[in-house]
Design a protein around this ligand. Sequence first.
Ligand code: LMR
Length: 404
Amino acid sequence: LFAQVPLAPPDSILQLPIRYKADPAEKKINLSVGAYRDNEGRPWVLPVVKKATEKMLNDPGMDHEYLPIVGLPEFTSAAAKLILGTESKALKEDRVVSIQTLSGTGANHVGALFLSRFYAWNGPRELYISKPTWGNHKSIMTNVGITPVEYPYYDPATISFNLEGMLSALSAAPERSVILLHACAHNPTGVDPTPAQWEKVADAMLEKKHYAFFDCAYQGFASGDLDRDAAALRYFEQRGVPMLVCQSFAKNAGLYGERVGALHVLCADKDEASRVRSQLSIIERSEISNPPAYGARLMAMIINDPELFKQWNADIKTMAERIISMREQLYDILTKELHTPGKWDHITTQIGMFSFTGLNTEQVQTMIENGHVYMTADGRISMAGLNTSNVRYFAETLDKVVRG
Ligand code: LMR
């Protein structure tokens, strides 16, 4: 019955940690998946998460009942405020539909499925994604019958944001196109538009009445500040760009495996919001029945309790600052000690979890095979995998590969 099933390739990102684990080399580094590691290379359970877990487990009222279909209300409302901000007009006017999802991937999926069924498409079901983008975006869109179309984003020649390319793609796209935007800390390039460039992008979106499909997986990771990292999408709301927002707590709370996320759809009015909510509820019920409780309870507690919220902000700073300091150390070793050929400014100017090294696929292959340094084929490294014990080895391996 399944004789005709072709063998699928392994996942371009998630296969790498498995290969890393199986590699018997003594000196090896895993810079593949975007997951925070401490300076000893270990996963980090945020102190605030430990505190909140303790509190939760000691709560005599704690049970394992089902959550409502669209999630824990204390979580979804807190998540919406966290990302849209207390000044959000849509929130004040009670026209945001927020539902709990299986992390950011679930939010992308449900958002795309909802659009595929209900968006007022103007032509074929196409959604514009940046070139390059997170490897999973294409599959998520294709799964729900939406064709991903690429828009220019990154200029390899200058290793920076290609504003002109993006603007002309936005202006050439048919009216009411759906445009996927990374809210901050662009994955995989680590290159974000400046506030002035976001302004131009918003102008172009409004000009053609485009719809913004915001993916925000790294709030707090770009600058260490939750509000600052949400500034672009908040600005888009102020300007009146129609939008939905996919939100993940995998990275900024270190809750990777707990699958905590939310989807927020900004509606025109309360009546539209209640219709949209009813349809999202049907999608959620048929796909997952209702979302998992543990992570949502933790995040609701952390965001709603002022003490815990303060501690969370400090934990986020700890992570963001360690990454920034690794960027500085790597830059210094490459430029001041090894004098590695090429320009390496982008190591410190790129932001968030990732750096796009500029290495090509062949060079990446050599990094893995000869250096046992695991990174994605597009040349992306997760800065969080570097620490004071392995940064020198990484720089030396990179230096060798660049010199050929
Ligand atoms: C990544 O890009 O490495 C992360 O978002 C993990 C994933 O699911 O791909």
